[in-house]
Design a protein around this ligand. Sequence first.
Ligand code: ADP
Ligand code: ASP
Ligand code: MG
Length: 452
Amino acid sequence: MIVLKFGGTSVGDAEAIARTGRIVATRADRGAIVVVSALAGVTNALIALAEQAAKGHLIGALRAIEDLRERHLKQAEILLGPGDECDDLCAELSAMIDELAHLAEALATLGDLTPRSMDAITSFGEKMSSLMCVAAFQRQGIPAVHVDACEVMITDSAFTRAEPQPEAIADACRASVIPLVRDGKVPIMGGFIGSASGSGVTTTLGRGGSDYSASLLGAAVRADAIEIWTDVDGMLTADPRVVSGAKLIDQIAFDEASELASFGAKVLHPNTIAPAVRLGIPVFVLNSRRPEGRGTKITFDAPKRPVSAIAGKNDVTLVKVGSPRMLLTEGFLRALFEIFERHRTSVDVVATSEVSVSLTVDDPSRLEAILGDLRALGDVSVERNRGIVAVVGGAIADGGETMARALSALGGVRVHMLSLSATGINLTMVVDDDQVKPAIQRLHAAFFGAAA
Ligand code: ADP
Ligand code: ASP
Ligand code: MG
């Protein structure tokens, strides 16, 4: 079996969906299972309209909902042409849009947007796109069958960033996905969405979570491969939007790909690799606009290079905790990290000295409460407007030449914090937020040659 995931741009409109169908057709005899994202830009639009509705701007929210209706129905009509199939699909999509409008009205009345209602709203993107893909693929002669992601992707109830429950997912796959494949069918499922174990209430896996859905599904069915189809040729030596001459990486090790994803390479959701790694399932990143390309293969046995790629991310918060008492105090770090754990906030980069700890967080939503608790441990300071650049490669620590080259490439860019992972594959530097882009460009030029 093979799991194929198509991102938003790969199903952005009727033409893209048809192209996606042609790719699926080439894999149908290998036991394909398909995961699709919402049409490009739809999740952003849903989040914006949910916020608008909760602020009481119902007219604006309803107008945005009507735009979504028009877009989905128009693409459905192009895909299927006039006829009963098209009418059935349009009726289903329209009923979903009506439901969305009712939710928006409820939000406007309540004036409150909980993570649970946010998930109820954002799930509509994948619910609609998956139905459209099923109808389009059937039209192309693919024996596509819709599978409700809420019945397969069982999670906890941490709305907007739910934790999947792999055993429950595997059970659901044994019951409803694998039998379809054995029957020669091609199951199609929306990514990103799931449902809370026990209550069945809709959850989501966090932004970009369709990659994660694909990899969870791949692990649950013990797939031979997971293919992530996107809008670039594979994993590149940097984000091509930042470095125009970024080069394709043919093969990369799981741990390096995982570091890149965590430090800003949006091409993969940061959790995508973990379920595949445990079973050694290769993950391929491929371009749906150029399916003939080789893409990137992510495996255990990829060749080791000093530097594979440069990544970076913005909007990082740096927290420093200084405590003269820290010196020789057992349990200090445990107490510190427990605070972050209690507030379900993950820490990215850490550096310690005898009397202080510096760390970065991506998600500042619980920062005030965290800072309150941290003050019991020592003096706390916070630096917002920071960013991270990461140099990732299999042999960064070997010799020290790579590190020296990285630091000299940064020239005048101020580095607030520096950390080399214990495995020696990730050199991360915290810089000013507005320096992330130039820092990536300079590092890329130093390691891969000048780019335009
Ligand atoms: P999808 O909708 O298919 O999930 P995303 O927009 O989430 O696509 O991810 C693809 C984008 O990731 C690319 O268009 C590219 O700009 C960005 N990206 C960031 N870093 C990298 C990288 N190292 N290699 C390839 N793409 C990258
Ligand atoms: N549609 C969701 C998002 O935009 C999930 C995904 O595309 O992976 O975040
Ligand atoms: Mg994505």
